[in-house]
Design a protein around this ligand. Structure first.
Ligand SMILES: NC(=O)c1ccc[n+]([C@@H]2O[C@H](COP(=O)([O-])OP(=O)(O)OC[C@H]3O[C@@H](n4cnc5c(N)ncnc54)[C@H](OP(=O)(O)O)[C@@H]3O)[C@@H](O)[C@H]2O)c1
Length: 236
C-alpha cells in the first residue's frame, strides 16, 4: 500500500501521519512539509519531501516520484497569516488575502488530482481526501463572516464533488472525500478558540483518531461526500 499525506507538518497532518504509520506498518508512506521541518516519526517507512503545493511544477515533480498510489490525504490549509485574519465584515475584504486563501485551500487539491490521477487509476481501495471545513458548507452557513476562508473551502468542496463524478467513470476503485475535522487545537485555530466550549475543542491526536476512523470506512461506492469527524455526512 502506498500513501501520501500532504501538509503532514501541520497540527492535524502530523498526528494523522503518526496514526497511519502505526496502523499500516507495511505501507510505504510519503509525507510533505512546506515551511516547517519534517516531524520525527517513529517509523522508517516514512519519506519526507518539502513541497509548496501551490506551485504546479513542484506538485508534478512529486507525482513523478510515484508509479502507484492508494491513499492521498491532503491536510494543508490556511486561515490566517501573520498580518491578516478572516474577515468579520465585508468591509475587511482584501483581494490579496482572498487569493491567498484560494491558493492554499483550494488549488492544491486540483493540482494533486491532476498530477496523481495516472498513478491512482489502478488503485482498488483508493482514497483521495482533503481536509475541508464545515464553514465551507453553503447550506450550513448560519453565522456569516470569514468570507475568504468560507469561499475557498466551498470551492474546494465543489472541486472534490466534481472530481468524484469524473473519477466514478475513470477511477472506479477510488473514493473522493471532503473531511471536516472539528475545531482542533492547532496553530491555525489558536487565535479563534476563545468562544469554543472545552468539549468542542479537540486535541490534534483526538481529531486524527476520529478522521482515521472515517477514512477507514470510505469506499468508492460512497465517493463524493463531505464527512464530519463523527462520520456524519455534512450537506454541501
Ligand atoms: N484546526 C482546526 O480547528 C480546523 C478546523 C476545520 C478545518 N481545518 C482544516 O484542517 C487542515 C489542517 O489544519 P491544521 O489545523 O492542522 O493547520 P496547521 O497546523 O496550520 O497546518 C497547516 C498545514 O498546511 C501546510 N501548508 C500551508 N501552506 C502550504 C503550501 N503552500 N504548500 C504546502 N503545504 C502548505 C503547512 O505546512 P508547513 O507547516 O510546513 O508550512 C501545514 O502542514 C486545514 O485545511 C484547515 O483549514 C482545521
Amino acid at each position: 500500500m502506498k500513501i501520501l499525506i500532504t501538509g503532514a507538518s501541520g497540527g492535524i497532518g502530523r498526528e494523522l501521519l503518526q496514526l497511519i504509520a502505526c496502523d499500516h506498518p507495511d505501507a510505504s508512506i510519503t509525507a510533505t512539509c512546506y515551511s516547517n521541518l519534517p516531524v520525527p516519526v517513529p517509523s522508517d517507512t516514512v519519506q519526507w519531501v518539502q513541497v509548496n503545493l501551490t506551485e504546479e511544477d513542484q506538485v508534478k515533480a512529486l507525482a513523478e516520484q510515484f508509479d502507484h498510489l492508494d491513499w492521498l490525504i491532503n491536510c494543508a490549509g490556511m486561515l490566517h497569516t501573520p498580518h491578516q485574519g478572516p474577515e468579520k465584515s465585508i468591509s475587511q475584504f482584501d483581494a490579496d488575502f482572498f487569493q491567498h486563501n484560494f491558493q492554499v485551500n483550494t488549488m492544491p487539491t486540483l493540482l494533486l488530482a491532476k498530477h496523481f490521477a495516472p498513478v491512482m487509476k489502478t488503485s482498488q481501495q483508493g482514497i483521495f481526501a482533503t481536509i475541508s471545513a464545515r464553514v465551507g458548507s453553503i447550506s450550513d452557513n448560519h453565522l456569516g463572516g470569514w468570507y475568504s476562508y468560507r469561499a475557498s473551502k466551498a470551492a474546494l468542496n465543489m472541486a472534490l464533488k466534481t472530481l468524484s463524478i469524473e473519477w466514478e467513470r475513470t477511477h472506479k476503485g477510488v473514493c473522493v472525500a471532503a473531511l471536516h475535522p472539528g475545531t482542533t487545537d492547532t496553530a491555525l485555530s489558536e487565535p479563534f478558540q476563545r468562544n469554543v466550549p472545552v468539549d468542542k475543542l479537540f486535541s490534534p491526536s483526538q481529531t486524527a483518531a476520529y478522521l482515521l476512523a472515517v477514512i477507514n470506512q470510505l469506499t468508492a461506492r460512497e465517493s463524493g461526500h463531505f464527512w464530519a469527524w463523527d462520520g456524519q455526512k455534512i450537506p454541501w
